[in-house]
Design a protein around this ligand. Structure first.
Ligand code: HEC
Length: 254
């Protein structure tokens, strides 16, 4: 019994760690994605190629795989093929690992399966979580990735935000103590320079980008879900037929 309990505790500890994917204990925003939404995937693919492939690669992904999200070879060639000559080539980056390390202090990792390691909610929070911080090398910091070496590449869209800590006040305007000799603080983000997009437009843009990253992490998932649906559908019909057959057979027995 003791052994079983220990095993149970171990398994729940291992499973539990997945839920705490953010570093500083920040609450992650839920990413409202749908990998069956082709328009969203196409828009995400466009953003990915335009804003991310300069530094990152997606070396497990061929450009022509984008046919699966409803694009033709012509569309891929004319609009998305920036780092290769043929649609059959991999989504590589123009930057080498060595350059990346030299320029940013950390090499931009390959993003082929980043959605599987980080999860959609983390990515959604990360890409919306940059703020100005003059103490870092890039001048940017991030709510879920403290002192990240990546600059905020989408800042022209989102605008510039700063992080502000304000002390929490009670109804009479007095500061509330935190029980450790200090006062309780709330963290706020303030837009100091607006971007070209509104807040909700930016959220949609990032949602599509994360949707694309999730799809790219497992391109077969759309097909797998469709196949799963039809398998269940056909099984359902078979069960109904077998039921009818059974009553036909037993009709004369009674
Ligand atoms: C200017 C170069 C550059 C561009 C452009 C860029 N990144 Fe990055 N990115 C980096 C660097 C450098 C790191 C490594 C940060 C570190 O380890 O501190 C990084 C890290 C990341 C990570 C964290 C990976 C992990 O699991 O640790 C994600 C996710 C990411 N980038 C996504 C993106 C997306 C999505 C885009 C396009 C919108 C993008 N990046 C554009 C340079 C870039």
């Amino acid at each position: 019994m003791k052994k079983i309990l220990a095993l149970f505790a171990f398994v729940s500890a291992v499973l539990g760690t997945g839920a705490f994917a953010s570093e500083a204990g920040v609450k992650l925003d839920h990413a409202p994605i749908n990998v069956g939404d082709m328009a969203s995937l196409q828009s995400g693919a466009r953003s990915f190629v335009n804003y991310c492939l300069n530094c990152h690669s997606a070396s497990m992904q061929r450009y022509n795989r984008l046919r699966d999200i409803g694009l033709t070879d012509e569309q891929i060639k004319d609009n998305l093929l920036f780092t290769a000559d043929k649609v059959g080539e991999m989504m590589t980056s123009g930057m080498t690992r060595k350059d990346g390390k030299e320029w940013f202090g950390a090499a931009p990792p390959d993003l082929s399966v980043v959605a599987r390691s980080r999860g959609a909610d983390w990515l959604y929070t990360y890409l919306r979580g940059f703020y100005r911080d003059s103490s870092t090398t890039t001048g940017w910091n991030n709510v879920v990735f403290d002192r990240v070496a990546m600059p905020h590449v989408l800042w022209q869209l989102q605008g510039e935000r700063v992080r502000k800590e304000e002390s929490l006040k009670d109804a009479e305007g007095k500061e509330i103590e935190d029980g450790h000799g200090g006062v309780r603080k709330v963290v706020k983000f303030e837009t100091v320079a607006p971007g070209s997009m509104s807040g909700s437009e930016y959220d949609v843009m990032v949602r599509d980008l994360v949707n694309y990253l999730v799809w790219m992490g497992e391109p077969n998932q759309v097909l797998r879900k469709q196949v799963g649906f039809w398998v269940l559908f056909v099984l359902g019909i078979m069960i109904a037929l077998v039921g009818l057959l059974k009553s036909a057979f037993w009709k004369d027995v009674h």
